[in-house]
Design a protein around this ligand. Structure first.
Ligand code: IMP
Length: 198
């Protein structure tokens, strides 16, 4: 059984304003008093883990240790089955230092060219670290197919090349609110909320 969250304050272990905003909105109904790692000037740890769980945990732990408060972190990415799970942990890095996702998308298409299997999934792992060192992790996945060419101008990252199972448009073509509500991050959040906040 997961531990219920009764701490006064929660640090969002992210320097990404988009992610912080999403998490704040999600937790608002539960009255959690939330502050970001950026607001507290906490350093961003290197993502040296070899799994999504390890990276989410190390980010949550670093913010917890730096602040003495409970901390919540996420790690996410796109895993393409025919590519052995790539770009996976390196999803952000495939876009290069300029964070240009047309480069990352071109690389996925190029590597996938010779494969019939275009299946892929987005994954999000959330880690919640308590000040006494207790940790809980939650995982959300959404399966789909990689398509070429990229379609749609909404969303971010790999959204324009991913069609979730059961739909015929890419996340780049989805209404952004609908995508946020059904995607991997929402699936992981729903589990976290059920286990620790309800
Ligand atoms: P991190 O979780 O900040 O380490 O980076 C995750 C990376 O995975 C992002 O930079 C995106 O490239 C990719 N990614 C994660 N979630 C999504 C999504 O919902 N849509 C598109 N790309 C995503």
């Amino acid at each position: 059984m997961a531990r219920h969250f009764t701490q006064q304050k929660l640090v969002i272990a992210s320097h990404n304003p988009g992610k912080v905003r999403e998490i704040v909105e999600l937790l608002a109904p539960f009255g959690a008093d939330v502050i970001s790692a950026g607001d507290l000037d906490l350093p961003e740890p290197e993502e040296t883990g070899l799994t999504f769980v390890a990276n989410a945990e190390l980010k949550a732990q670093a913010s917890m240790e730096g602040s003495g408060l409970a901390a919540l972190a996420d790690d996410s990415g796109l895993c393409v089955n025919a590519l052995g799970g790539d770009p996976g942990l390196y999803s952000a890095r495939w876009a290069g230092p300029s964070k240009d996702f047309s480069i990352a998308i071109a690389a996925v298409h190029e590597k996938l060219q010779s494969f019939d299997d275009k299946s892929a999934y987005f994954i999000c792992v959330l880690a919640l670290a308590w000040p006494d060192g207790h940790l809980e992790t939650f995982e959300g996945r959404i399966n789909g197919q990689i398509v070429e060419p990229a379609r749609g101008l909404n969303g971010f990252g790999y959204d324009p090349i991913f069609i979730p199972d059961g739909y015929d448009i890419t996340f780049g073509e989805f209404d952004p609110d609908v995508k946020t509500a059904i995607a991997h991050r929402a699936i992981a959040f729903n589990q976290l909320v059920k286990a620790c906040f309800e």
